[in-house]
Design a protein around this ligand. Structure first.
Ligand SMILES: [Zn+2]
Length: 195
């Protein structure tokens, strides 16, 4: 598993790509939903925490493409009642849920059962990328110094790899007319001389 830092950075990348960041007011509600969706598959820690074994159900069916689609359908139904942006939000949040699967898929996994059942409900076979891009978060002796240092190092790797992507997506979004109405406005009237 990767850390919430990595998954939250994925949410920020999604936010920079889809929301008009150049508005004077950030959409905190949307940002919060993006962060929640990108971290949601790890909700499978909760039943294990109640039973005194946090990892017992981890990397189960919540870490599957089927769960990402199901989550999108639930978002669509709930949003349809409240807003016109139902399809947009359902697709965005489902994709961010999927970003969690992608990052975990590329994260080192040393605990059985290895990988995630990505094709649930059609198959419970577990999948893991042959090369680990991110370092695992260690849960054994969670508060010991070696584990803390290991997990901090894992987060530094996540930040080092994902922050440049965030900066790149933010830059491209800032150059795109669709996401920068202020720029459109300026360019549209740039031929009119000041009086
Ligand atoms: Zn996970």
């Amino acid at each position: 598993m990767a850390s919430p830092v990595g998954h939250t950075l994925a949410a920020l990348i999604g936010y920079a790509a889809t929301v008009n960041c150049w508005k004077s007011k950030p959409e905190y509600g949307t940002l919060a939903m993006y962060v929640l969706a990108a971290n949601l598959p790890d909700i499978d820690f909760l039943p294990g925490i109640f039973l005194g074994d946090p990892g017992r159900f981890h990397h189960g069916v919540t870490h599957s493409i089927g769960a990402a689609i199901l989550f999108g359908v639930i978002v669509w139904i709930v949003q349809r009642i409240r807003t016109q942006r139902a399809v947009y939000m359902a697709m965005a949040l489902s994709a961010l849920y999927g970003s969690h699967l992608l990052i975990d898929w590329m994260t080192a996994d040393y605990r059985p059962p290895f990988g995630s059942p990505l094709l649930w409900p059609f198959s419970m076979e577990r999948y893991h990328f042959p090369v680990s891009i991110f370092i695992n978060i260690e849960r054994k002796a969670f508060l010991s110094l070696p584990t803390i240092l290991h997990n901090l190092y894992a987060m530094v790797i996540e930040i080092s790899l994902l922050t440049p992507i965030l900066a790149g997506v933010g830059y491209i979004a800032s150059r795109t007319r669709f996401t920068n109405p202020q720029k459109i406005k300026t360019e549209k009237f740039s031929h009119i001389p000041f009086k």
